[in-house]
Design a protein around this ligand. Structure first.
Ligand code: FCB
Length: 446
């Protein structure tokens, strides 16, 4: 397979459907010495936390190579670029803006604007300043207010350069993986902490969204959530109930407060000591109306009933998987969008991340990643199917523009449509990237 093929009458073939590529600050920027330390620097420096023992000190050296990277983005012919701003790069510990850090993003955004590439900016893609973690991080309610202050100052500084702001990327990962499972920074591990961090992140989102709407009323202002749809292993009511519980815990926990102003009913199942502290008025803040919802989708999980936790994931041994072990199951993408559409009054949706890690090899200057190309083909068709069934989706971003630091996996997992040789920092567009480019170009004429 060499091409992405989508029926010509698809919404995906209309010119105003936005196609883009996505990255995040810590994963690509490097130049850690020109910003404050963040929780991921600390986590990387803790032995045993990152699979290959690596860190983000150099990453893709994007802070130095950004002009070339913008040319690369332009060469892909995309409509938009989703990036994140590093809070510790643009703010000093006293809460004042760091002019050098701000200037880096201003130059980048100006270049994107000059090339007519829409900037989708995420304000928090997990790189919490370490000095805030030292005061409790997302367990400290004050962090939510400091985030809103950061959103206020940076959005004023960036002026009208930003097409779309997202407050947070995947609060599930920041709270559950960071404070409950302990496999992401800051590596804390307690159920009550995960729940409390989630609540403060949602609060931070609501406070910041209000600020963004005021400072940047012409931007699309919203939130990016990840979803891993939950399926029951069998039709046995116990398995079905287990999958529903898991869905509440991992998915609905983050969207329901935002769109409905309440946690899912299974909140009542938490023991009193695991329940987060919630103040009067919090849900009114959290449910500030969104201009858009960003949806990140990669895979699904299958569950069975389990006496201890209520639900337990099942390893789908024979299913096709990506190099990171995530099942390839495009139908879940359609199912997810339809179920969100049925359950909620959704704002316009953008798919802010979708993609696959594959075991790529650069040989004779090319990367033949047919497996990733197949993943994109199948998922774009799954998206098309959801749109045909009535879901409003206005854009799609491939994760990722280029291979980068994949969190606890270090540099071992490659998600890019562009290959990065970390020794030479040379970028090579993979076959999937060329196909993505060609599809976007063909769309313009249909
Ligand atoms: C998402 C993250 C992104 C990347 C992909 C593979 O959860 O938002 O940074 O790591 O997974």
């Amino acid at each position: 397979m060499k091409n992405i093929q989508i029926p010509k009458d698809s919404r995906l073939c209309q010119k105003d459907f936005i196609f883009g590529v996505a990255t995040a600050s810590f994963q690509i920027e490097g130049s850690a010495d020109s910003r404050l330390p963040c929780i991921w620097d600390t986590f990387c420096a803790t032995p045993g936390k990152i699979r290959d023992g690596s860190d983000g000190l150099l990453a893709c050296d994007h802070v130095n190579l950004w002009r070339d990277d913008v040319k690369l983005i332009q060469s892909l012919g995309v409509d938009a670029y989703r990036l994140s701003i590093s809070w510790p790069r643009v703010m000093f510990a006293d809460g004042s803006l760091n002019p050098a850090g701000v200037d880096f993003y201003i130059q980048l955004l100006d270049e994107l604007k000059a090339l007519n590439i829409k900037a989708f900016v995420t304000l928090y893609h997990w790189d919490l300043p370490q000095h805030l973690e030292d005061k409790g991080g997302w367990l400290n309610r004050e962090t939510a207010y400091l985030f809103a202050d950061y959103a206020d100052k940076i959005s004023q500084a960036l002026g009208d350069r930003v097409y779309s702001y997202a407050t947070l990327n995947e609060p599930f990962c920041s709270s559950y993986l960071g404070y409950e499972a302990g496999i992401h920074a800051p590596g804390k591990q307690q159920k009550a902490w995960g729940r409390q961090a989630a609540h403060h992140l949602l609060l931070a989102h609501g406070l910041a969204l209000k600020v963004l709407k005021k400072n940047s009323p012409n931007s699309l202002n919203g939130l990016v959530l990840n979803f891993t749809p939950c399926y029951a292993q069998t039709e046995d009511p116990a398995d079905v109930a287990a999958a529903q519980l898991a869905d509440d815990y991992f998915n609905q926990w983050y969207i329901k407060p935002v769109l409905d102003g309440a946690y899912p009913k299974s909140f009542a199942l938490l023991s009193d000591s695991d329940k987060p502290v919630i103040h009067d008025g919090d849900f009114a803040i959290i449910s500030e109306p969104l201009d858009f919802l960003g949806v990140n989708f990669y895979t699904r999980t299958v569950y069975q009933a389990c006496a201890e936790n209520g639900f337990a994931p099942v390893d789908m041994v024979d299913a096709p998987k990506t190099d990171i072990g995530w099942e390839i199951y495009p139908q879940a993408f359609t199912d997810l969008l339809l179920s969100l559409h049925q359950q909620y009054r959704l704002p316009p949706v953008y798919i802010t991340e979708n993609g696959a890690a594959m075991d790529d090899k650069l040989q004779n200057g090319v990367v033949v990643d047919e497996d990733r190309l197949g993943y994109y083909q199948a998922h774009l068709l799954a998206l098309d199917s959801a749109i045909r069934q009535g879901v409003r989706v206005d854009g799609y971003f491939a994760w990722s523009l280029m291979d980068n630091f994949e969190w606890a996996e270090g540099y071992l997992k490659r998600f890019g449509i562009v290959y990065v040789d970390y020794q030479s920092q040379q970028r090579t567009i993979k076959q999937s990237g060329l196909a993505y480019r060609d599809f976007i170009q063909s769309r313009k004429s249909c």
